[in-house]
Design a binder for this molecule. Structure first.
Ligand SMILES: [Fe+2]
Length: 470
């Protein structure tokens, strides 16, 4: 059915004028990662059930959390969407939501690209497709999906700034750090509180070892990202990563306790990932994590026993269980995945078979001191970890696990090769140089090891200065 109605970006949709206005408002909240999007979406579907795109928004909000507990909510919204969808754009969203709900994340991402071919200014299709590209580790499309849409947008519309922020993250994950920083800063010139653009810029600094620049950038803009948005925890996690590089474990743990995981945390996977990833880095470094793994493992426990849904989450659940010495439960996750795979279908089955299962098995092996097994699990997959999603920075937890295992397994040649590679890619890194020093010392290269240690200390000093309050 043709429709005379269009949304704020001129894309047709069905419903009523009031419903469309409410959809535009809710979409605006989503692009800002504003918590109000949740109530705005509920009010939209309650007050304007005939506006199909509202149901699409609710379905996606439930799916984006990657939490199996949210799937019934997504299914209800999908049914309402199918009932009310009338325009071909809306039918495209029906297909995307149904594919994702059915476990075919790849098809969902592809369908949204098909929608965008026809209606490149469909910002819901773009924003959700962007998230799917992230979940699928598809760096090229994370960059290019956005590039295909930008010419269709009014350069002066505030939402175009948010799209530039998305482009910044895609450029960063695809390795174009200069362009990414430029796009991210341009996005922030339009919307200083664009937390996704802030995050993209923070990633460019992370990947280049510009920890001091990144720290000052985050601390200087804390009012724009540090509270009251749906992406707060993850940006705090990035600050904690900087703190580790600066030798400020105390600061990283303070951020963890205040912002990343505590008694009143939401307990959602997308935030618990960050908690696991930070504590796991500390565990690898032999740091004292206090009793922090225990409540985190408790928070992960329901997901660790649910039907498999997203392999990236499984890995971080296993990290938390292992960190809390709950080895039997961690092994049970691995065995459950192994038993599930032969009859499993869909995108997560592919992710689990290729990356998730060996990664989980490696973490369990690490906890048991079976370092040769860690190497056997991780070395063959280390160049394709992106297949189970996440960012370069998030997946680095596994690369660090491999380096540490090589050092502990008395495989100094492997450790030296891995650390040489890391230093060549990111010279400005305390962690990379200190691990390189250990590898060189094990090889008997004492002078070179001492030089590497001096390099590590120099970087740490320069980074620590950025944490000093003027
Ligand atoms: Fe990130």
């Amino acid at each position: 059915m043709a429709s005379a109605l269009t949304d704020a970006h001129g894309v047709p949709l069905s419903g009523t004028a009031h419903g469309v206005a409410a959809f535009d408002q809710a979409l605006d909240r989503m692009l800002r990662f504003h918590p109000d999007v949740l109530t705005a979406a509920d009010e939209l579907t309650t007050a304007h059930p005939e506006t199909a795109m509202g149901h699409a928004l609710v379905a996606y909000l439930n799916l984006m959390g990657t939490n199996p507990a949210d799937l019934p909510g997504a299914a209800s919204a999908a049914a309402a969407l199918a009932q009310h969808a009338a325009h071909p754009r809306e039918l495209g969203h029906v297909a995307a939501v149904e594919a994702w709900l059915g476990g075919d994340w790849i098809t969902a991402a592809e369908v949204l690209d098909t929608v965008l071919e026809q209606w490149p200014a469909d910002l819901l299709a773009l924003a959700i497709g962007h998230q799917l590209d992230f979940f699928l580790g598809d760096a090229a499309n994370l960059r290019d999906r956005v590039g295909r849409t930008l010419p269709a947008l009014d350069p002066g519309h505030p939402h175009t700034g948010f799209v530039r922020g998305m482009q910044a993250f895609g450029l960063e994950e695809a390795g174009h750090y200069g362009q990414a920083e430029e796009a991210g800063l341009a996005a922030l010139a339009t919307n200083p509180d664009d937390v996704w653009a802030i995050h993209a810029v923070v990633h460019t600094y992370e990947m280049q070892g510009l920890v001091d620049t990144g720290t000052r950038f985050l601390l200087g803009r804390q009012g724009d990202w540090g509270a009251d948005n749906l992406f707060t925890v993850h940006n705090w996690w990035h600050l904690a990563l900087y703190a580790l590089e600066a030798g400020r474990t105390d600061r990283a743990l303070a951020v963890y306790d205040a912002e990343i995981h505590h008694a009143t945390s939401a307990g959602v996977p997308i935030e618990m990932l960050d908690a696991s990833a930070l504590l796991w880095r500390l565990l690898l470094d032999g740091a004292d994590t206090g009793g922090r793994f225990a409540p985190l493992a408790d928070a992960w426990a329901p997901l660790a026993t649910a039907d498999p849904w997203y392999a990236f989450n499984d890995l971080h659940a296993v990290m938390a269980l292992v960190g809390d010495d709950r080895l039997a439960e961690a092994r049970a996750v691995v065995e459950r995945l192994r038993a599930w795979l032969p009859s499993a279908q869909g995108t997560n089955a592919l992710m689990t078979a290729r990356i998730g299962l060996p990664a989980c098995a490696a973490v369990v092996a690490f906890a048991q001191g079976r370092y040769a097994d860690v190497i056997a699990e991780l070395q063959p997959i280390r160049s394709m970890l992106h297949l189970f999603g996440g960012s370069h920075a998030q997946r680095d937890a596994l690369q660090r696990t491999l380096v540490e295992a090589a050092l502990r397994a008395q495989r100094p040649a492997l450790a030296a090769a891995l650390t040489a590679e890391r230093v060549s890619r990111r010279e400005r890194s305390y962690h990379n140089w200190i691990q390189r020093a250990r590898a060189l010392r094990e090889q008997g290269h004492e002078t070179e090891a001492a030089t590497a240690e001096a390099q590590a200390a120099e970087h740490q000093r320069s980074f620590a200065a950025a944490f000093t309050v003027p």
